[in-house]
Design a protein around this ligand. Sequence first.
Ligand code: FAD
Ligand code: EPU
Length: 338
Amino acid sequence: MPIQVIKNQSLKAFNTFGVNEIADSFVEVSNVEELKQALDLGFDHRLILGGGSNVLFAKRFEGLVIRNRILGIRKLEHAENQVVVEVGAGENWHEFVRWCLSSGFGGLENLSLIPGTVGAAPIQNIGAYGVEQDQLFISLEALDLQSGELKTFEKTDCQFDYRHSVFKGTLKGRYCITLVRYRLTTKGHKLNLSYGAVSETLERAGIGDPTIEEVSDAVISIRQSKLPDPAQIGNAGSFFKNPIVPNDLYDQLQRNYSSIPGYKISEDNVKIPAGWLIETCGWKGYRSNGVGIYERHALVLVNHGGGSGSELRALAEKIIESVKGRFGITLIPEVNII
Ligand code: FAD
Ligand code: EPU
């Protein structure tokens, strides 16, 4: 089937901030052949889009948006306690996690309810509640947008780190991920209950020996209590990464702010919750016209309706300036500003 290119497409329904920017051209692809057809259209400026839950369109997109709709889930290998699953990049992440749970496959339960597609999961190495996707990741296939060739990336090729991979670094914009492979457990699941809120939620529910579904339910209830549902209030989750600072800077801050939280992540470095820095600067619940900061979580920028991408970007810049002025820390956006 020839692909259908739409001119002057509103992106409002295709980003979870719900901002109404326009793409010059827009196409959906459901397999690699269609993706190659989209490349043959000859645009210089292209963007691969999944669920639009980690992008901020701050202006008109003068080029071609390619929305990835490559679907399909299949089991590749089934050993005694393990299974390898191959997933199309356009599959919805949470639906995939649910499919794993209902198949009895463990490993991804802590990553329940993260919006977006499977293909975007390796891009920033999604993580939540003590687990990051690279802990289950095996490999991915991606189409080189310059040469049109498919390439396999093994885990070591991806340079996964906290909210980072090679696809956010040196290979930014170069590849379209078409499918991802994960290794999951079928028995003897290794539950990760290291995150305080998860173990406390299970304890409160009187669950001593949880199943993977029960861990998923706990994660879902924590997320629903903290984060706004994009169907109700436009947002892209955490807008900034949590900054990682050297011990001496953290110690110095602690002398002035005794309640500053920090998590030791290595011998030399501490991760500070950006939400605390932003709240301490007084931004929590701030609102100006249609845009603001969520009243229950200071790390979440929101579009109450009618806010524009450029207003959200301007607000993010003000927050960066204010946190820098008070703490000397430069916040780095997690969201991809386009
Ligand atoms: P998009 O927003 O469509 O794209 C994100 C980036 O990836 C863009 O640069 C895009 O060009 C690129 N991209 C997308 N698909 C492909 C592909 N197939 N090939 C190449 N490049 C591609 N993230 C977490 O890590 N942890 C969380 O707990 C979390 N919670 C969230 C909660 C809420 C309410 C929201 C709205 C977001 C949250 N996020 C979280 C952020 C977001 O859900 C993830 O980053 C998700 O993986 C983005 O998927 P997407 O398909 O929407 O990507
Ligand atoms: N905090 C405040 N005020 C706030 C919010 C948070 O002071 O308004 C402080 C508190 O000290 C709290 C701490 O920040 O204990 C951590 O808050 P939370 O548990 O909500 O986690 P987070 O660090 O804000 C990170 C991820 C989330 C992920 C959760 C759970 C980043 C940038 N964000 O948030 O990921 O779901 O942990 O693991 O690492 C996302 O990436 O979009 C995202 C939502």
